[in-house]
Design a protein around this ligand. Sequence first.
Ligand SMILES: NC(=O)c1ccc[n+]([C@@H]2O[C@H](COP(=O)([O-])OP(=O)(O)OC[C@H]3O[C@@H](n4cnc5c(N)ncnc54)[C@H](O)[C@@H]3O)[C@@H](O)[C@H]2O)c1
Length: 438
Amino acid sequence: MRQICVTGAGHVGLVTATCFADLGNQVTCVDIDEAKVEGLKEGYLPLYEPGLEEMTRRNQQAGRLTFTAHHEEGVPQADFIFVAVDTPPGIEGEADMTSFRLAAQKIAQCLNKHAIIINRSTVPIGTGDWVTNLIQRHNEKTQFSVVSNPEFSREGQAVADFMQPDRIVLGSTDTAAAEKVASLYSSFKCPIIITDLRTAEMIKYASNAFLATRLSFINEIASICDQLGADVKQVARGMGLDKRIGTGYLEAGLGYGGSCIPKDVEALTYVAAAHGCHPQLLRTVMEINQDQRRLVVQRLREFFGSLEGLTIGILGLSFKPDTDDMRGAASLEVVHRLEVEGAKVKAYDPAAIPIAQRLLPKVQLCPDAYSTAEGSDALVIVTEWNEFKQLDMERIKNLLRHPILVDGRNIYEPEEMLALGFAYCGIGRGHLKETNQH
Ligand SMILES: NC(=O)c1ccc[n+]([C@@H]2O[C@H](COP(=O)([O-])OP(=O)(O)OC[C@H]3O[C@@H](n4cnc5c(N)ncnc54)[C@H](O)[C@@H]3O)[C@@H](O)[C@H]2O)c1
């Protein structure tokens, strides 16, 4: 049985630790957050991922998965040590490596036999070399290898993504070490790419930057569609059916969010500029994303003139459906801009209300979509939750003070909404379409 230590019990670390235990390995997961570790020992997960709670409990009961707040209890016996700690954005958009540096130092202090240290966090290109030097400085006696193994899973599907990945990427100067790490994934059918450290680190950043680029691309096309009277939803479908293009990440809307894509595009831009490159495409991708957030206020201003004293209803606060995560969510900027314009905001989200209470203290949080619409001057869809796709729109229209719908995720059809008497405005589906009822 292989001995694995995972440092970090967050979204990535906990899924990595649990899934490796489920594959039959002996796993110790170390996190410096003692409260989190105590909770995990008692079966309380600090986050929601479909299937994870049951899998964690099953492997704890089988004795293959343990949690500790002390690196000394996980690192020394491990053959494989994964680093899955947070690398949040710093003040200039760079990756803040504080947690990573502390984790690497702790590992160095506890290392007493050869082990493979595997980086799973998203880190700047060159980190593999940097961490090798750092560990050597803190522990001159023990031999070790460093492998980069970036994580590509999506929140909300992380267990399935771990168990059925599209590809495994491994980077190292030590090919034998990379092959040993590859053996941990030998039951998977996907391609395994073994390359050098910097290339592996770049594959992660380039993948997220490309997804962001597709979204900003289609949002730029959406702006042009708005001016020229084309429908971006059909344009995206017509494009996506071309096998060279594909359908994913071509939804025009209020832009990308979350805890990964925005920070990774920023960090790649920062590291590129710091090395004398001119990352103009990446800068434009970020600029377009910012512009998308402004569309809601722009559209409402075109309709009402001033927003002072109006009440605007928002449907959806999480950064994407099926999660309560509001990190990098479009809703935060939309609400901020509406409040700056003097509007009052009412909002509903199927999962994020407890988090929104803390992040959006001035917003009136409602128990459902209908109470959000009631008495609002206009309704804005910010997150495309399934439960917003089949609302009783006749009822919604009657509850609103004005039948104005800004559909920031294009979940309704303009013609149907116009037929119901709404003034409808999607993204890239023709400019604010008015009814003569207003
Ligand atoms: N969240 C995702 O879906 C996702 C996907 C791909 C890649 N990533 C990347 O993976 C990394 C981790 O992301 P996350 O979402 O799991 O972060 P997270 O904030 O959810 O979890 C990080 C955990 O690391 C712990 N930690 C910090 N310092 C530590 C140390 N010295 N020793 C042990 N534990 C320590 C923290 O207490 C926390 O529990 C980041 O680099 C992120 O960019 C995340």
